[in-house]
Write a protein that binds this ligand. Structure first.
Ligand code: SAM
Length: 234
């Protein structure tokens, strides 16, 4: 069973976050629907309700603590999977405009059903990031792009930076182990510049947020197609 309201408020407070009853109810419904749907469709390896609270919900929402996201900003979540980090973030920050992108349609279907159930607005895209960021309606249209646990920094930058407007930011949420120095060349080629790295812990697990500011337009030849991206990182 998902932890009760009091337990969740204490958990949020530990991370200097706040929770009200309405947001709690949405998170509870999310956790219950995720566990139920996960019995038939592979969405997450984490199914213990308390772990969902910390490792999925609080971890996602901490993005709001470590990155200044202006009121009403647009954000595309690349490889969102079961909605992390953008769906918990939208529950916490209803003013944000979120776009959920994943190459697996079964995950997008889950997200459409979930968002209807908990009453939140979102745009859904089933497809590969490298195909959609070439389309004029998505290229350099977002204030923020973000990705959690999708790939290494060089590859992720090619998938995520083309979506961001000049002056916007790409936020990469990672574990602590990757040496990001090998991705810095790719960041620069794609028009970005690492502006901040923050290390933090969620229940003793090390996490890292890397914020990349887009300083110039991405050259039109990027992203390359999937097979070229897979063959060799920038
Ligand atoms: N972000 C979620 C999280 O933190 O739980 C999901 C992470 S999961 C490890 C990676 C997701 O990225 C998968 O759902 C996969 O389908 C998606 N993905 C991988 N490459 C992609 C691409 N090129 N375009 C769109 N989605 C992609």
């Amino acid at each position: 069973m998902f932890p009760d309201f009091e337990f969740c408020c204490d958990a949020f407070n530990k991370y200097e976050l706040t929770l009200d009853k309405e947001k709690y109810e949405k998170l509870k419904t999310y956790a219950e629907f995720l566990v139920e749907y996960n019995k038939n469709v592979n969405l997450t390896a984490i199914t213990d309700p308390e772990e969902i609270l910390y490792k999925h919900f609080i971890d996602s929402i901490l993005l709001d603590k470590y990155v200044q996201i202006p009121e009403g900003a647009s954000l595309i979540d690349v490889g969102t999977g079961a909605g992390f980090p953008s769906v918990p973030l939208k529950i916490y920050r209803p003013d944000l405009k979120i776009t959920l992108l994943d190459s697996l349609n079964k995950r997008i279907t889950f997200l459409q059903l979930l968002c209807e159930k908990i009453g939140i607005d979102a745009e859904f895209i089933h497809g590969r990031a490298e195909d959609f960021s070439k389309k004029s309606e998505y290229r350099e249209q977002f204030d923020f792009s973000c990705a959690r646990a999708v790939a290494n920094l060089a590859l992720l930058s090619e998938l995520c930076i083309p979506f961001v407007k000049v002056g916007g930011h790409f936020i990469s949420m990672k574990g602590p182990t990757e040496d990001i120095s090998s991705g810095l060349g790719a960041v620069e080629i794609l028009g970005g510049n690492v502006s901040r790295e923050t290390n933090y812990k969620v229940e003793n697990e090390e996490r890292r947020i890397i914020v990349i500011k887009k300083i110039i337009q991405t050259p039109t030849k990027y992203p390359r197609n999937s097979s070229q991206i897979k063959k060799k990182s920038l």
